[in-house]
Design a protein around this ligand. Structure first.
Ligand code: PNW
Length: 502
């Protein structure tokens, strides 16, 4: 790292993130059977089915944040962050997914949290959907039914109406790419709803299609019914993987990297951010050719109607970007295309992905997490060039550790530092329009299929303690200084653990 002090532009937003299912617990609170309390989500069902979660755990209690709003706010105040990104649990608010039944206790909990944040001067960035679909809606087809766009728009309207007087930043969906790739295909991890793997040629594309339609509808609801009175912003959050050609001299590998990016991030951004709209041309072409080769008469990639294309275009006031990893990618030869059991994504893009063994790896063997900070800079530059330098908020970036590792989390400070430095370069040297940065996560929480094996918190949580005691790690103390000085400060020595965090 260079020694020059990296100061961020005035007004830069420092933030931390969580999501409802991963922290709240209280999975069956307030009388579910009468539909007066929280309804079950696809993740409640999934985690209670054997064999789905690495450590066999569930999130019935998780961080117990449903009962600890004050404590969570206290931690945020300690960090001094300007923004807190969290999500609303759709089934907690609307137990059967529809606004015809509202759970008043759920509304109460989020009111308390939002009021507390506003009183503390911390701006809420609220994600409407972070993967916890009401089970009742999944039973009627979930993301595979076209009706869900309306169901989601109704839920969004309910949230804008209920909380929009105080919430001025909304993200409709968290990472549709991950939700459909893992939830409907078992790529990377197997996630909820998780039983469609046998139809994985087309199911993820249909789910993604409906997620995009749902996003656009919710955005237009805000436009028409709330923007005038509430004057907030609505965006969506995507995960961006960066793809570097394995052999930078090879035209075939460069083309493979281009296809990979367009068929991952472009899949979700092109319809919204590209002046031409719709799915990326290269993706439509690949999907059509693949489908023809398979003897199909229509492409596995669904088509938008002209109205939907219009509704999607420009339907985002800011782009939430999550960044974790980069892959090396090369072209897949014709022979390699014939292999059995190729991952769907790689088959459809015609690519082979790998990692450089020199990249630092975190967590158990199955974990994809590695440190490639320069990938973030290249990704941001690509977004700037491809979509005309839109407003970007980094809505997640983080480093996992195993439970046994100490609260002096030197590695997390180092790796976050390197990413913040790359981000600074993207802003100052490349002119990327990035307005803020968010650490995943405020505290250790339920890491989906990884259970409690991968812990991302600036605060550790003792999951064996009924009180779920939270303790600031060194990285919390360090991030507090970054936020306070609006600059990248050196990581802290072990003696920082001797003092109380102020
Ligand atoms: C995010 N990848 O998912 C999610 O938004 C969080 O809920 C989650 O806890 C966090 O990251 C850590 O896993 C990811 O391809 C999706 O590398 C995909 C990747 C990483 C994270």
């Amino acid at each position: 790292m260079s020694t020059e002090i990296k100061v961020f532009p005035e007004g830069f937003i420092w933030s931390v993130a969580t999501s409802a299912f991963q922290i709240e617990g209280a999975a069956r609170e307030d009388g579910k059977s009468l539909f007066l309390g929280k309804g079950p989500s696809i993740w409640d069902a999934f985690t209670h089915r054997e064999g789905n979660i690495a450590d066999g755990s569930n999130a019935d209690v998780a961080c117990d944040s449903y009962h600890k709003a004050e404590e969570d706010i206290r931690m945020l105040k300690q960090l001094g962050v300007q923004q807190y990104r969290f999500s609303l649990s759709w089934p907690r608010l609307l137990p059967n997914g529809k606004p015809s039944e509202v759970n008043p206790k759920g509304v109460e909990y989020y009111n308390k949290l939002i009021d507390g944040l506003v009183a503390a001067g911390i701006e809420p960035l609220v994600t409407l959907y972070h993967w916890d679909l009401p089970l009742a809606l999944n039973d009627r087809g979930g993301w595979l039914t076209s009706e869900i766009a309306e169901w989601f728009a109704d839920y969004a309207r309910f949230c804008f109406r209920t909380f929009g007087d105080r919430v001025k930043k909304w993200a409709t969906l968290n990472e549709p790419w991950t939700h459909v790739s893992c939830g409907y295909n078992g790529d990377l991890w197997v996630h909820a709803p998780g039983k469609f793997a046998e139809f994985n040629e087309w199911v993820p594309y249909l789910a993604a299609h409906n997620m995009l339609r749902a996003h656009a509808k919710a955005y237009r609801v805000y436009d028409k019914e709330f923007r005038g009175s509430q004057a907030g912003q609505v965006g969506l959050v995507n995960i961006g993987l960066w793809y570097e050609p394995l052999n930078p001299e090879s035209e075939a590998d460069k083309a493979a990297a281009y296809r990979s990016i367009q068929m991952q991030l472009g899949w979700f951004l092109n319809p919204i951010y590209h002046p031409e709209g719709d799915y990326p041309a290269i993706m439509k072409q690949r999907m059509k050719e693949n489908s023809e080769k398979e003897g199909r008469v229509t492409s596995r990639l669904p088509e938008f109607t002209p109205e939907e294309l219009e509704e999607l275009k420009g339907s985002s006031d800011f782009l939430g970007l999550n960044y974790y990893i980069t892959y090396l990618v090369r072209d897949r030869t014709e022979e390699e295309m014939q292999e059995k059991g190729i991952r769907r994504r790689l088959h459809d893009a015609g690519t082979m992905e790998s990692s450089d063994p020199a990249w630092k790896h975190f967590g158990p063997d199955y974990s994809p997490f590695r440190s490639i900070p320069w990938g973030l800079r290249r990704l941001l530059k690509w977004i700037k060039e491809e979509y005309g330098n839109p407003t970007v908020m980094i809505t997640e970036n983080g480093v996992p550790q195993r439970e046994a590792q100490s609260d002096y989390d030197k590695e997390r400070m180092e790796v976050l530092s390197e990413h913040i430095e790359a981000l600074h370069e993207a802003i100052v040297l490349d002119g990327c329009n990035v307005i803020g940065y968010t650490v995943w996560s405020l505290m250790d929480n339920y890491e989906w299929a990884g259970g409690y094996e991968l812990l991302f918190g600036l605060f550790s949580v003792d999951f064996r303690d009924p009180e779920r005691k939270r303790t600031p790690r060194a990285s919390a103390r360090w991030y507090q200084k970054v936020v306070k000085t609006n600059s990248l400060v050196p990581i802290l020595g072990e003696d920082c653990m001797d003092e109380e965090m102020d």
